[in-house]
Design a protein around this ligand. Structure first.
Ligand code: KG4
Ligand code: ZN
Length: 372
């Protein structure tokens, strides 16, 4: 199956081409254009992001066409595509719309089926891409299930039980800020700019993670719920009361390392606890924060020492933050199990959640868990 995928849910305009047969990758090409324009605003401005997607996405597709078909001519690329895939949600509505409308037009013009993909499911499937552990396994291989996925991105922090392809049950999520958001906001307080996660983790390299005992919210709570707003507040108070000392690079590095240690500690402890309770065979890491080296190393070490029979898999660095290769891989497993979507009616699914139990209408007073 040859899939062309588009991702535009936030501030990355991305396209990918995946040629996959029986679960084995034959060819993978991808292009990501990050929108630097948001740096000056200290965060993503939705209208600006949508305008940038409109301006950038055609060029991204033409570059992909050059790689795949040796030409920027859209027809040549179309001749090599069987399925068009696109991120349908969750994300910024105006940004998603640009990708969806582009995908609808291509599906109509090329007369190809269209598959809408959940962005978080895309992050999960980054673990099936090159270097992610399950690339090149036949699609019939389900030996990795049941699996636990720690999803950590700019907007989500979730522990998801994955019983099979497309079968999710949300065990817990954050009650307030996401892990990536905590990285970004702490970086902003330290004056590091946007996006703060990679900048904060770089500064942390030279700092002492034990320098400041920041709180580890909900660490001892047995549930799979998270909360990071208290940690963010503690960082704000610390920065406000140590303004003088923080002109010193070493002191700032200590704050960065200590915040990072607090976030990583909570994520790792709760993931290991849930993996043990759910008796999973595999633990996956997914989402932009999966690019964080301290988290990758700490989770790998904790699982190796505390749950030696559990396999730990993390995505290759290039596929942690938003990209379209992961959307293509998720689309492949969608296409194997369901009908395509109709291009004339495809809409944005702005708050699309996977794995949540929803109440079925008509079942008064009872909630019936259904995977959506
Ligand atoms: O998945 P993603 O690219 O976009 C969303 O779907 O949200 O995740 C972006 C988030 C941002 O909060 C960014 O700061 C964080 O991932 N991030 C990192 C690192 N690289 C990206 N956080 C910590 N360390 C990193 N190296
Ligand atoms: Zn993302």
């Amino acid at each position: 199956m040859r899939i062309l995928a588009i991702e535009s849910s936030c501030d990355e305009s991305a396209a990918a081409y995946l040629d996959i047969h029986k679960g084995r990758i034959r060819r993978l090409e991808h292009v990501v254009a990050s929108q630097a324009v948001h740096e000056q605003y200290g965060g993503v401005v939705p209208e600006v992001a949508a305008r940038e997607h409109s301006a950038t996405l055609p060029g991204v597709l033409a570059t992909l066409g050059e790689k795949v078909a040796g030409s920027r001519d859209g027809k040549k690329l179309g001749a090599k595509v069987d399925v068009v895939a696109v991120t349908q949600g969750p994300g910024l509505v105006t940004s998603l719309r640009v990708g969806i409308d582009t995908a609808r037009s291509l599906a109509a013009a090329w007369e190809k089926p269209l598959i809408g993909v959940n962005h978080m499911e895309g992050h999960i499937y980054s673990n099936w891409l090159t270097g992610g552990g399950f690339a090149d396994l036949p699609e019939t291989d389900t030996s990795m299930f049941p699996a636990l996925v720690l999803i950590v991105s700019g907007g989500h922090t979730e522990l998801m039980l994955m019983k099979g392809h497309g079968k999710y049950r949300l065990l817990g999520s954050t009650r307030d800020d996401a892990a990536g958001e905590t990285f970004d906001k702490s970086a902003k307080l330290l004056g590091l700019g946007y996006p703060g996660g990679p900048k904060l983790s770089k500064l942390a390299l030279t700092g002492d993670p034990a320098a400041i005992a920041f709180p580890r919210p909900m660490l001892d709570d047995p549930s799979s719920e998270f909360s990071f707003s208290g940690l963010k507040t503690a960082v704000r108070h610390y920065v406000a009361s140590h303004e003088q000392d923080l002109s010193n690079e070493i002191a700032r590095a200590d704050v960065a390392a200590s915040v990072q240690a607090a976030i990583v500690d909570v994520l790792v402890t709760k993931t290991v606890r849930a993996a043990r309770a759910q008796k999973v065979k595999t633990v996956f890491l997914a989402g932009g924060v999966a690019a964080n080296k301290a988290l990758r190393d700490a989770l790998a070490n904790a699982i190796a020492s505390e749950l030696p029979s559990v396999r730990y898999v993390q995505p290759q660095l290039a596929f942690c933050t938003d990209n379209a290769a992961m959307i293509a891989m998720a689309a492949y497993y969608n296409a194997l199990r369901r009908k395509p979507d109709a291009w004339p009616t495809m809409r944005v699914k702005i708050g699309w959640e996977i794995g949540r139990a929803v109440s079925l209408r008509g079942l008064k007073g009872r909630s019936n868990p259904v995977t959506i």
